[in-house]
Design a protein around this ligand. Structure first.
Ligand code: UD1
Ligand code: CA
Length: 481
């Protein structure tokens, strides 16, 4: 883009219909706030300057916008006196003069908006050399929108707001999406000419169109093909609807990029997720945050992964994971809970009913069944017996357990951290490891077994258990009968 581009995002409104303590533009779909999606689209244009107009709950909206775009100029509109007033406040907040170029206006509550749409619109505006361009839309129900009024030759004359429109104008189906592009010099002049003599007593930015026309300047309206991109969410039902549509679009985009999604309707993929071609996503799966799934990995069914990285050819079944890394060709689940700091190596295994946290499980190491692995390091090729608890918490502090390479630990062990099990060591079933085990040693801690002969007959006489024991003691008699 050769011309200087300034983008103004209007986000001062209240959003009372959300009935929420959270400001409207901060409500999230697809893993980002609504205004976050708008900033992502705006960012694709690489504008020279971005101004955000905030007002309602600015103590929450302002910092959030700072996170979306650190260099955004924040303009505070104390009272919401209309879109024209909001843009005036935005221009006043600029530290340098507006100068030449283009000013693009967008709203903070249109999450489906895409960068490409803004770029095409801005390009068309600049190519036409218009003073103002309108991104319009042809809709079935234009109620509530500003109508695009064209003369007999089709030339745009004005935008008339719903409340100010004549009955005839209300039948016009071409509406103002709210996204406008201005010649900067024209806007700088026109913004001070906009009055508030209308049904709402507001300063309408849309009055700039009639101002341009009466000055003999050209105005263009470009109907958008995909009207949902400029749709705002005003209440939670609309939010969910747009959220579902966004998900539909994201899932479709990944399928077209070579990802197999068995059931798009029950698969949720947030905007920040990255999938490689030939990954497979099975029904009931949610991929959230910055999750990455590499090629040939199969995830699901019924799996939620947030900020996880799943390696090539890995298999993750019925799992809940957060901030976990799963190596190439590793297997996880069914019914695993991967908590932050889990790192499973290549060809490793975290099996059924296993919970892991802050656990580095090296290549080829396995924790197959019914275990808790917290604050642990497990060496290459080690195998942890079923039902093992890494007792990392002494009630006050957390401690680490280290299990060496190729160690094979018995079932139903407790590792009382801090403790170390050496390379190639073993432990017996039911061992409570309280002291470190040297490499190659076998640790056993259970007391020697004692069998008290006849105990059931003397303590449980007359029970089915005792009868079974008695029958087993006299097999010969039973067979002779
Ligand atoms: C506006 C347009 C209308 C268009 C419609 C599309 C005007 C006068 N009307 O109407 O032509 O069809 O959007 O949705 O521009 N805002 C501020 N400060 C204000 C007023 C509004 O920041 O003082 C922000 C709001 O937060 C919102 C956006 O501007 O994001 C639009 O405001 P809203 O009051 O919803 O305008 P509409 O009446 O819907
Ligand atoms: Ca609106």
């Amino acid at each position: 883009m050769t011309e200087q581009l300034t983008v103004i995002v209007l986000a001062a409104g209240g959003g009372t219909r959300m009935k929420s303590k959270t400001p409207k533009v901060l409500h999230r779909i697809g893993g980002r706030s609504m205004v976050g999606h708008v900033f992502a689209a705006v960012g694709e244009l690489e504008p020279g300057r971005v101004v955000a107009v905030i007002g309602h709950q600015r103590e929450l909206v302002g910092p959030h916008i700072g996170e979306c775009r650190a260099d955004a100029v924040i303009a505070v509109q104390e009272e919401q006196l209309g879109t024209g007033h909001a843009v005036r406040i935005a221009l006043e907040a600029l530290t340098e003069p507006l100068g030449d170029g283009t000013v693009l206006i967008a709203y903070g509550d249109t999450p489906l908006l895409e960068g490409a749409t803004l770029r095409d619109f801005t390009d068309a505006h600049q190519a036409a050399g218009a003073a103002v361009s309108i991104l319009s839309g042809i809709v079935e129900d234009p109620h509530g929108y500003g109508r695009i009024v064209r003369n007999v030759d089709g030339v745009v004359e004005a935008i008339v707001e719903e409340k100010d429109a004549t009955d005839e104008q209300r039948t016009i189906s071409e509406i103002n999406s709210g996204i406008l592009a201005f010649d900067a010099a024209f806007l700088a002049d026109a913004i001070n000419r906009i009055g508030n003599d209308n049904a709402n007593g507001e300063y309408y930015l849309t009055d700039a169109i009639a101002i341009a026309r009466s000055a003999g300047l050209s105005v263009a309206a470009h109907p958008v093909d995909d009207a949902l991109q400029t749709e705002g969410a005003n209440d939670r039902a609309q939010l969910a609807e747009l959220g579902r549509e966004m998900n539909r679009r994201i899932v479709e985009r990944w399928m077209r990029a070579g990802v197999t999604v068995m059931d798009p309707a029950t698969t949720w993929i947030e905007a920040g997720v990255v999938l490689e071609a030939d990954a497979t996503i099975l029904p009931g799966t949610q991929l959230l945050g910055a999750t990455v799934i590499r090629e040939d990995a199969v995830v699901g069914p019924d799996t939620t992964l947030e900020d996880c990285e799943i390696g090539r050819g890995a298999r993750v079944v019925r799992t809940h994971g957060q901030l976990a890394v799963v190596g190439d060709e590793a297997t996880v689940g069914p019914f695993a809970y991967l908590r932050p700091g889990t790192e499973l190596g290549a060809k490793g295994k975290i099996g059924t009913f296993v919970e892991t946290k802050n656990a580095r499980i090296a290549d080829g190491a396995k924790v197959p069944h019914l275990s808790y692995v917290g604050d642990a390091e497990i060496g290459e090729g080690a195998n942890i017996g079923a039902g093992t608890i890494f007792a990392n918490y002494d009630g006050v502090n957390k401690h680490r357990t280290v299990v060496g390479k190729q160690a094979k630990t018995g079932s139903n062990n407790t590792f009382v951290a801090p403790v170390e099990i050496g390379d190639g060591a073993s432990t017996g079933g039911g061992t409570v490891v309280r002291r470190s085990v040297p490499p190659g040693a076998l640790a056993v801690s259970a007391a020697a077994q004692r069998n008290l002969e006849g105990w059931v007959a003397s303590h449980r006489a007359g029970t089915a258990q005792a009868q079974a024991a008695e029958a087993a003691e006299q097999p010969g008699e039973a067979a002779a009968e």
